[in-house]
Design a protein around this ligand. Structure first.
Ligand SMILES: Cc1ncc(C[n+]2csc(CCOP(=O)(O)OP(=O)(O)O)c2C)c(N)n1
Length: 945
């Protein structure tokens, strides 16, 4: 296809053709071959300006036409550079290409050209190019800046241009709407002023300066309601949150006022009366609620809005909101992949102008927006841009022109809008929503306002921004601006706006005086856990069922061409259930759960195959490349199974799954790290959500984190999943932490996690690498078909001679196989080796039983492969000491404390492990010698380095 064809030489395409012709004249090779051939015979003086292809009445100067066309294109693409976006009146940067003189043409030249050189709706309502250009300047350079130049998809580009130029989302509000908006702004503004005066000096992170965000959310939710979207999930930070809670989610004023009350002297609840163990609560501007969006005097719009609770960690709620929205959009009740309806929930994210470009999680979340496993049909983003981040100005906050520029890389259309122009703000929202509904992609509004006070209300902003705050002091609120505008339009009478303020203020005073506004209630405790954690459900699955499920998983659709090597391996390893390895046990656990109607969602980096080529949840036809997911096709399934390779991200993907798991209470949701180490890239998600969400917000999650862990000589990374971190964060039964050593144990704990739906909390699982295929970790069908998860595995062999056991080695995870596989095991008749499989909650009873079962014990050793300051030692030591009440020594055997989790040298690793095993079996003396030997190895290694 050529860039142009002959019939396009006229009318609306003329400008484009002339530009191409210019290019051709400068460099014939810069256009494609067919176009080149056309231009070789074309005489531009024959150009028709009447749009009908006839010979022009007055042949135009090609240079001028080309100049005019370029000028018009630049208005469309860069008009935003000249838009008046700042309510405080700073001059826009402008751009020389927005002046016709840049193209050596004048306004008079434009007046002589017809408007047909301009494509789109503007051409239809103007006659000369000058009129068209003026119209375009009005549209593109006023108080809205349309930043679409980065949108590559032509259909979207044309849609966006048409949307702007037809003004179908803009225009003036009618009198009724205009008045309604004034009432809304009166509430928004008066609420802040009331809080300011009534609760002097208390932090509220007022919305003032970006007040329009509330009517914008109103409009968005009304539009959603009109198109039948039943729910929205909203994520935002502190700024304006109270206002949004009150006016968008309908949180009663009395509740908000009550939260501001300082308890009177003597009213402070005692620790004993506090809401219970495992509950710590959070500050008011972090709390989330679920409510219906209501507008004064309007019908309930019936959109249920969930405002996700969030930590102070800015932007980190973004992926959580997306996960919640995706979960709300999916029907998991049928076999196969879940069925997504992107109109079942609308995700909305409000961002800060410093946080959005600054926090990497914002970029990671945008990257999820179009991925199969993560897309939510388009998120509406609003940057509540107050031109400051705490005290930091934009020159120090981002390296881009706009705070929103990050979105450009994802081809997300951006509209910058002046927060003092209410009609423009509402038009932007309407366009955003229509775009989302049309293309099911994200849209971003950069709402440019200011911040009336300091970062919080106690802060003095003029220490750092004296000039800006001088302007702000004298700057009217948007309510005042809008009231004045309505007076001028004759929609309200003089004094009417002030009367509205007085009414609203008086109403707030009345509510504040009511008793309900004095009673502080703790929120979000609905999900606070109460049942003990070590309760372990029955998880065995009858052998016949497992056999049938296994067979079904080995079925392939007719005509499917599996990879022959993989299929051979499958038939060999999974063809029978005599020796079930790790991945096989996992598949059987998943199959049995979907058979029982439990939906499953599993994601992670390269998770479909599995980092260690162990899982193969998705098979690929070698001839067609088509995918086949056995777990989506077993006839027994009564629920969906979803598996996705995630993008290379930890913080956003983990947050997404956390959000998904919070919402999808019916599902087993698993997030897998490529190697356990990498989970610490998502540490904020772990600290702020996974381990503490329930204690702060009563938000329960049954997320499973699969973290490959184990020392196999691979170096400082790829070894440790930082078990110690999770154990340090474990308290008041907030999580479960386990390190299983057999396939059956893994099978049972996965099933247990899916069954404990009334008692959900995240499960942190150290998962194996070498144990994946280790015969010692393999299990029998009998082990899956009977029993349940065992928090501690005693030494079955030693149990037979329990009277002769003097030394008990306790360990966890893969090191067990090194201990019992060692040459010393048989010699050490006096030694038992038990495994602690569940680390948290500490399996006190089970350990007491194991220890008590060896009446002649002289010592208990904790043996681990992680350095002393890592792994489980610091966690186990005090608990074990308490357990034995000082009657037995508790001895550590392992590596010394180290700053880095593992050695770089595989050789050193092997020798050191051998020494530790030796010390474990040979006791203290052997241990000392071994330790010396290790130091020697270390010294030699260091010297050699
Ligand atoms: C991850 C993170 N880092 C630092 C902070 C401290 N902090 C709180 S608000 C703020 C400024 C945020 O500015 P902006 O994103 O523009 O939002 P605004 O407060 O202006 O609405 C900072 C740095 C934080 N809350 N979270």
């Amino acid at each position: 296809m050529s860039e142009i064809s002959e019939r396009e030489f006229y009318g609306p395409n003329l400008g484009y053709v002339l530009e191409l012709y210019e290019r051709f004249r400068e460099d014939p090779d810069s256009v494609d071959e067919e176009t080149r051939r056309l231009f070789e015979h074309w005489r531009p003086r024959e150009v028709s300006l009447d749009g009908r292809g006839g010979v022009a009445a007055a042949p135009a100067d090609v240079e001028k036409i080309v100049g005019a066309t370029k000028f018009i294109r630049h208005i469309r693409d860069f008009g935003h550079m000249a838009a008046h976006l700042d309510p405080l009146g700073s001059e826009p940067p402008g751009d020389p290409t927005l002046d016709p003189s840049f193209y050596r043409i004048s306004e008079e030249d434009l007046a002589e050209l017809p408007s047909s050189i301009v494509d789109g709706p503007v051409a239809g309502r103007t006659s000369t190019a000058k009129e068209a250009a003026d119209e375009l300047r009005r549209l593109y350079c006023s108080t809205t800046g349309y930043d679409f130049g980065h949108v590559h998809d032509p259909e979207e580009r044309f849609w966006l241009r048409e949307a702007v130029e037809s003004e179908r989302f803009g225009g003036k509000l009618d009198a009724g709407e205009a008045k309604r908006l004034l009432k809304r702004l009166t509430r928004v503004d008066t609420f802040e002023k009331f809080l300011h005066r009534t609760f002097l000096g208390q932090k509220r992170f007022s919305v003032e300066g970006n007040d329009m965000v509330v009517p914008m959310l109103d409009r968005l939710l009304e539009l959603a309601a009109d198109s039948g979207i039943p729910g929205a999930v909203l994520g935002m930070a502190h700024r304006g949150r109270l206002n949004v809670l009150a006016h968008v989610l309908g949180k009663p004023y009395e509740k908000i006022f009550a939260e501001f009350q300082q308890p009177e002297k003597g009213e402070q609840p005692s620790v004993a009366e506090s809401p219970g163990e495992g509950w710590v609560g959070d500050v008011k501007y972090h709390l989330g609620i679920r409510g219906y969006h209501l507008e004064e005097g309007e019908e309930d719009t019936r959109v249920e809005v969930t405002l996700a609770p969030n930590p102070s960690h800015l932007e980190h709620v973004n992926p959580v909101v997306e996960g919640m929205a995706r979960a709300a959009q999916e029907d998991r009740g049928n076999p196969g992949a879940p069925e997504q309806d992107v109109d079942a929930a609308l995700p909305i994210l409000l961002h800060g102008d410093a946080a959005f470009p600054g926090e990497g999680v914002a970029a990671e979340t945008l990257n999820l927006s179009r991925l199969r496993g993560y897309a939510t049909g388009g998120t509406i983003h609003i940057i509540t841009n107050n031109q400051l981040g705490f005290t930091t100005e934009k020159e120090d906050a981002y390296s881009t022109t706009y705070a929103s520029d990050l979105a450009k890389g994802f081809e997300i259309p951006v509209v910058h809008v002046n927060a003092d122009d209410p009609e423009a703000c509402l038009a932007a929202v309407s366009m955003a929503y229509a775009y989302r509904q049309r293309f099911h992609k994200d849209f971003l509004i950069d709402l440019v306002g200011y911040r009336r006070y300091g970062h919080n209300e106690g802060d003095e902003p003029s220490y750092t921004q004296p000039l800006m705050y001088e302007k702000i002091r004298n700057h009217p609120s948007v309510r005042e601006i809008w009231a004045k505008e309505l007076e001028e339009r004759g929609i309200i009478e003089e004094g009417e706006a002030e009367r509205l303020v007085e009414e609203v203020y008086a109403k707030m005073q009345e509510i504040h005086r009511s008793p309900a506004a004095k009673k502080v209630e703790e929120e979000g405790m609905g999900d606070a856990p109460r049942t003990p954690l070590v309760e372990i459900p029955e998880t065995a699955v009858p052998a016949e069922r497992l056999e049938a499920l296994n067979e079904a998983m080995l079925e392939r659709p007719e005509g499917f061409n599996p990879n022959p090597k993989l299929e051979r391996l499958f038939r060999r390893n999974r063809g029978s259930l005599e020796q079930i390895d790790w991945a096989h046990a996992e598949a059987l656990a998943f199959a049995s759960l979907v058979e029982e109607g439990v939906p499953i969602r599993l994601t992670g980096e390269d998770t479909e195959r599995g980092t260690f080529s162990q899982r193969h949840a998705v098979l690929h036809d070698v001839e067609t490349g088509e995918r086949y997911v056995p777990l989506q096709n077993i006839p027994q399934a009564k629920a969906s199974f979803a598996v996705y390779n995630s993008p290379l991200s930890e913080v956003a993907t983990m947050g997404f799954e956390y959000g998904y798991s919070v919402y999808a209470r019916d599902a087993l949701v698993l997030w897998e790290a490529q190697y356990g180490d990498f989970a610490n890239v998502g540490q904020a998600m772990i600290d702020q959500f996974v381990v503490s969400g329930q204690a702060k917000w009563g938000q329960s999650s049954g997320l499973v984190m699969l973290l490959p862990h184990g020392y196999e000589g691979q170096g400082p990374e790829h070894s440790s999943a930082r078990l110690e971190r999770y154990l340090q964060l474990a308290a008041q039964e907030n999580i479960r932490v386990a390190n299983c050593t057999t396939a059956a144990q893994y099978f049972h704990i996965l099933r247990a996690q899916a069954m404990l739906t009334d008692n959900r909390r995240p499960l942190i699982l150290m998962t194996p690498k070498s144990l994946l295929r280790h015969p010692m970790a393999a299990s029998t069908l009998e082990e899956l078909a009977s029993g349940r998860f065992q928090p501690v595995l005693d030494d079955a062999e030693a149990r037979e001679r329990s009277d002769s056991i003097e030394r008990l080695i306790l360990c966890s995870g893969k090191f067990y196989t090194e201990l019992v596989g060692s040459e010393y095991r048989d010699e050490a008749e006096d030694t038992a080796v038990a495994r602690v499989e569940l680390l948290y909650p500490f399996p006190e009873e089970q350990l007491r039983e194991v220890i008590g079962g060896y009446p002649n014990l002289r010592e208990v050793l904790w043996v681990q492969e992680e350095p002393k300051n890592m792994g489980a030692w610091s966690f186990m030591e005090p608990r074990l000491r308490e357990l034995v009440s000082g009657e037995l020594p508790i001895i550590y055997v392992g590596k010394p404390a180290r700053p880095s989790p593992a050695q770089g040298s595989a050789n050193f690793h092997r020798r050191e492990h051998a020494e530790i095993v030796s010390r474990a079996f040979r006791g203290e003396d052997g241990g000392r010698k071994a330790e010396a030997a290790v130091r020697g190895v270390q010294a030699r290694t260091t010297q050699g380095a």
